[in-house]
Design a protein. Structure first.
Length: 262
């Protein structure tokens, strides 16, 4: 795991956007795995800025989102399809046909899960998967104790997740209780992963993910197995890390070709 501690969330998002922009420049037909939530919003704003001001071309890029609420149609205000449209897709020159979000309204949800896996495989796999982190250590909607080898599946949302995400729904009563999400095994197959976590609410999950044992109670700890996982944190989210001086040391002593966002 590569741990990059930034001064604040803004710096983290700018760095994350530079990493993605660089990949898209080097590989114009890159397959990106995308995430929703508050955490990556500023990263998306920066990608939009780079597209508008520097001509970053998304016309050949393919995307696969991590997850979607079961039962929410694409047009619903809180659907992740809508989130992606509003926060990224409608501002860049991406071909809508190349953007994939699981269909939470599919009549046969199991078939949709299998089909989503087939679509990822058909696109040649994911070059870079962007991730946020749940307060309880979830990635996508893979809640604690779920299999670390899981493939795209239907998950029951934990009470903590319902609480954390309820603000945008008005209250918990109006929230879907289930989601369709890439599995941890699906995420681990991405050739590179980039996880962002900011703020004091994530401090425990961050420590467990990076320095805790590999354990299904913290699904994000599975990223310890990934050969190319980059974790971008702000100071607040990194506050409980025992080895933060070591991560900073490593970051300062990188060779030029190992540095990000150059
Ligand atoms: C949500 C999403 C995750 C996201 C996480 C954190 O439930 N399914 O993909 O990373 O929770 O959300 P936020 O970035 O708003 O803190």
């Amino acid at each position: 795991m590569e741990v990059l501690i930034q001064n604040n969330a803004e710096a983290g998002c700018l760095l994350g956007a530079r990493i993605i922009a660089r990949l898209v420049r080097e590989m114009p037909d890159a397959v990106l795995g995308l995430a929703t939530g508050r955490t990556p919003m500023q990263l998306y704003q920066e990608l939009i800025r780079i597209h508008q001001n520097e001509g970053l071309d998304f016309s050949r890029v393919t995307t696969f989102n991590l997850d979607e609420y079961v039962g929410l149609p694409a047009a619903h205000e809180q659907s992740y399809r809508r989130f992606m449209h509003e926060n990224l897709f409608r501002h860049i020159n991406i071909d809508p046909q190349r953007t994939h979000v699981p269909d939470g309204t599919a009549a046969d949800l199991q078939a949709e899960c299998r089909d989503y896996e087939r679509r990822i495989e058909g696109a040649g796999g994911i070059d870079l998967q962007l991730l946020g982190l749940g307060r309880n250590g979830h990635i996508g909607f893979n809640e604690p104790t779920g299999s670390l080898r899981s493939r795209t599946w239907i998950k029951i949302l934990s009470e903590q997740t319902l609480k954390d995400n309820s603000a945008v729904f008005g209250d918990m009563a109006h929230m879907p209780r289930h989601a369709i999400t890439m599995g941890v095994g699906t995420i681990l197959e991405a050739r590179r992963v980039l996880l962002l976590a900011y703020g004091p609410a994530k401090v425990r999950a961050v420590a467990e993910m990076i320095e805790g044992p590999l354990a299904a109670v913290c699904p994000a700890s599975a990223l310890q197995l990934h050969p190319r996982a980059t974790i971008i944190l702000d100071e607040a989210a990194a506050a409980a890390l025992k080895y933060s001086d070591h991560y900073r040391w490593i970051d300062r002593h990188k060779l030029d070709w190992q540095k990000h966002g150059m």
